[in-house]
Design a protein around this ligand. Structure first.
Ligand SMILES: NC(=O)c1ccc[n+]([C@@H]2O[C@H](COP(=O)([O-])OP(=O)(O)OC[C@H]3O[C@@H](n4cnc5c(N)ncnc54)[C@H](OP(=O)(O)O)[C@@H]3O)[C@@H](O)[C@H]2O)c1
Length: 298
């Protein structure tokens, strides 16, 4: 069987790096993985993990999802080399943790530019080829934040909700072309994503935000840390789910995939709550006095 030509974004660390290695080291060499990253200066960890698969089934290439040219160049190289593209994983993303009324517009735009317009650029670049070849699979790594709102993650949630809407909408039309769309919804994952959030490491100075917000922010940071300490999945677990989604073919395959129990409890609560009040009351606990949410959720 021909190798599946695969493109993954955001492979310098975390889920992307791990997925590139898992697919690239498939024993039967089923995948040729274009493992992309915006800054090739960060390719060391992937090079090391790829080991003998490097430049065999794992190729490292530049791709910044915020740049039209960068996306076009990466996809053109693949099409010029192989004339097709089989699997795309839109994984690159940034987190954001901030009260929207205090955030500069350019920070808010930056999150949408990376987490929404980034995948949009990639999808627009590959879709004509997938439609033409009457096959292909686009996998979007969204989040539980793609179906439920969380305080202070307002911009991040907006970007992931946008990706859920895009995935579902496009899946409808692409069925006629045998092009599949899937979204993967992890909860907390033990990667470095939060280290890259500027606001995470900086409590606003007194007087910088109003007192109620300041207090909520302090409480939420405790809960969020608890969540990451007690409930985070490993990127390995998330990649196993993604590999399974790639490898399993069924006529009525779902569009949306949960990655574990935490996501299950959150998503189930949310998806039966059309009016939203039950979810809002539940999520408010995150900004009320600290309590052990890990126990209350079980
Ligand atoms: N970790 C979690 O708790 C969690 C939960 C749910 C969903 N997710 C989602 O999972 C995906 C992967 O995140 P992760 O947890 O593996 O975090 P991560 O280790 O920080 O990886 C994020 C990757 O995205 C890349 N990236 C950021 N901006 C980019 C751009 N403009 N162009 C290309 N690449 C860019 C980063 O590159 P640099 O190294 O250059 O910054 C990095 O390679 C994200 O979409 C995230 O929203 C994560």
């Amino acid at each position: 069987m021909a190798q599946k030509i695969t493109l993954i974004t955001g492979c310098s660390s975390g889920i992307g790096l791990n997925l590139a290695v898992k697919l690239g080291k498939d024993a039967a060499k089923k995948y040729l993985v274009y493992s992309t990253m915006r800054n090739l200066g960060k390719k060391g960890p992937l090079q090391e993990a790829a080991d003998s698969a490097l430049n065999d089934t794992i190729l490292i290439r530049p791709l910044d999802v915020k740049s039209d040219d960068s996306v076009k160049n990466a996809v053109s190289e693949i099409i010029n080399e192989h004339g097709r593209i089989d699997i795309v994983v839109n994984n690159a993303g940034i987190a954001s943790f901030n009260p929207i009324e205090y955030s500069p517009m350019h920070d808010i735009r930056d999150v949408l530019e990376t987490n929404f317009f980034g995948p949009v650029r990639v999808i627009r670049a590959v879709l004509p080829y997938m439609k033409e070849q009457r096959s292909g699979h686009v996998i979007n790594v969204t989040s539980v934040a793609g179906v439920a709102g969380y305080p202070f993650y307002e911009t991040y949630c907006a970007s992931k909700h946008a990706m859920e809407g895009l995935t579902e909408s496009l899946a409808i039309r692409m069925k006629s072309f045998d092009v599949k769309l899937s979204s993967i919804l992890p909860g907390p994952v033990d990667t470095n994503i939060n280290d890259n959030i500027v606001e995470w490491n900086r409590l606003p100075a007194k007087g910088e935000v109003d007192q109620v917000t300041q207090k909520q922010l302090e409480i939420l940071r405790i809960h969020a840390r608890d969540h990451f300490d007690n409930m985070a999945q490993t990127s390995d677990e998330i990649c196993d789910v993604i590999c399974n989604v790639i490898e399993t073919d069924a006529p009525n395959k779902p569009i949306r995939f949960k990655t574990g129990e935490f996501v299950d409890s959150r998503v189930s609560k949310k998806l039966v709550d059309f009016g939203g009040n039950t979810w809002v009351e539940f999520a408010r606990k995150l900004i009320e006095e600290p309590m052990d949410l890990t126990k209350s959720e079980k």
